[in-house]
Design a protein around this ligand. Structure first.
Ligand SMILES: [Zn+2]
Length: 241
């Protein structure tokens, strides 16, 4: 049993290194995805802003045409004013001109506002385009670095896995199954040391008889509280500093 426990411990060290490798790979991939999401959001925003600019430009053209028409009508009314024969007609024409003047002023104001909006959209678009280009470059750089690192990590992972297979050959199947099962439930550690009468995994005090047996190292003992496989360092000849 001592030999089995020693092999399990070595396997666990291998597995923990493997887990760390996997976490690193996941982190890199998550980070890349985050960057891509941000870029996509910026691109969507830019599209939206361009649509708004397009709408503003169209509206501006429409208002400019309206202004031109109103000014033209105003000009014509002014000409007609010279040739009216009755006071009634004169008053009606004057009223119409007053309305046209108001309409012209209103449209001019709207046009000014639309010009401001156009400038605003244009400067926002320019800013976003710069940001997108910068981010894109940054992502390309990160991606290049990450790809290199991922290749390296995946290589390590592959080596570790074949090494793991070799290491687990000497361990009895039921013990290995138990180890794998506990590992999935206990965040990667399935075998822990028992020290000064308690489990180092969950720090529960162990029954004294159990602790004595552990020190002998002849049977497979699991912690009654956390179910991890227990070992006693001295029993396995490990010098625990
Ligand atoms: Zn425990």
């Amino acid at each position: 049993m001592k030999d089995q426990l020693t092999q399990l411990l070595a396997l666990q060290n291998r597995d923990l290194a493997l887990d760390k490798c996997q976490v690193e790979i996941d982190q890199i991939q998550d980070q890349l995805q985050d960057h891509k999401d941000i870029l996509q959001k910026l691109i969507d925003d830019l599209g939206e802003q361009k649509n708004q600019l397009q709408e503003t430009v169209e509206l501006k053209a429409k208002r400019a045409e309206e202004l031109r028409e109103a000014e033209e009508r105003h000009g014509k009314s002014k000409e007609r004013l010279m040739s009216v024969s009755s006071a009634k007609e004169y008053n009606a024409l004057e009223k119409e001109m007053e309305q046209l003047k108001r309409k012209t002023e209103e449209t001019r104001e709207q046009l000014d506002h639309l010009k401001e909006r156009t400038t605003h959209h244009e400067s926002e678009i320019a800013k976003k385009e710069v940001m997108i280009n910068e981010l894109r470059e940054q992502i390309e750089q990160t991606e290049a670095d990450a790809t290199k690192k991922l290749t390296d990590l995946n290589g390590q992972l592959e080596n570790a896995q074949s090494e793991r297979e070799k290491m687990s050959r000497g361990i009895q199947k039921p013990i290995l199954r138990r180890y794998d099962f506990i590992r999935t439930r206990r965040g990667g550690t399935a075998i822990v040391s028992a020290k000064d009468g308690h489990c180092e995994g969950c720090f529960m005090r162990l029954p004294p008889q159990m602790y004595i047996e552990l020190q002998r190292g002849n049977t497979l003992i699991t912690c009654p509280s956390c179910q991890r496989i227990l070992y006693h360092a001295a029993a396995l000849g490990i010098d625990e500093a």
